[in-house]
Design a binder for this molecule. Sequence first.
Ligand code: XMP
Ligand code: MG
Length: 197
Amino acid sequence: MSNHLIEGRTIRGGETLMPGEILIPSEQIQTRLKEMAPQIAERHAGRNTLILGILKGAMLVTSDLGQYLYDAGLKDTTLDFMRVESYGNGTESTGQLTIKQDIMEDITGRDVLAVEDIADTNHTLNFINRYLLGRGAASVSIFALLEKKSRHVVPFQPDYVGFQIGNIFVQGYGLDYKQMTRLNRNIFVGPVEPNGR
Ligand code: XMP
Ligand code: MG
């Protein structure tokens, strides 16, 4: 599948925000997902796509996007998850990845739509893309809610991107700092210590 089907909408000025300030409010996230869904649904029509959420960060976006895809007519799908972890619990990915929970479905010959929270260094998406193709997927498309282009270490282009953000650490809407704040419905600037919000 060709790359870069939907460019991320640029969010400016995040670098000037203080930790705890909202970068992307819930309404804007939902509006963007709703707007993208029909185009993605059209791309995947008739292909019995496996929607694959990458845990834990993409839990909320997989659920919300999946429902908008369904609303947009993409009903011929199955849903699965895998959990990938990069070493370290701080704000940096190390590039060393381990699969903590594998896919349950047989993906041989399937068109897989992997849903990720953020494309940062790209180690994770590059790893997942290669892993899924190695497991026999017919095609792999990648949705990333956020992308930090300035941080890429590995050249990799997700097919669908929600928002482009600057070089800032963000939390909320699935994203954590020390495992907290994943259930905050807004995306805000971090790091905010556990119990800080
Ligand atoms: P890479 O660097 O492999 O990173 O593209 C992807 C994973 O790193 C985490 N990540 C973040 N988590 N706020 C977070 O809460 C951030 O700003 C951020 N940047 C990267 C995230 O787990 C993602 O899946
Ligand atoms: Mg993640």
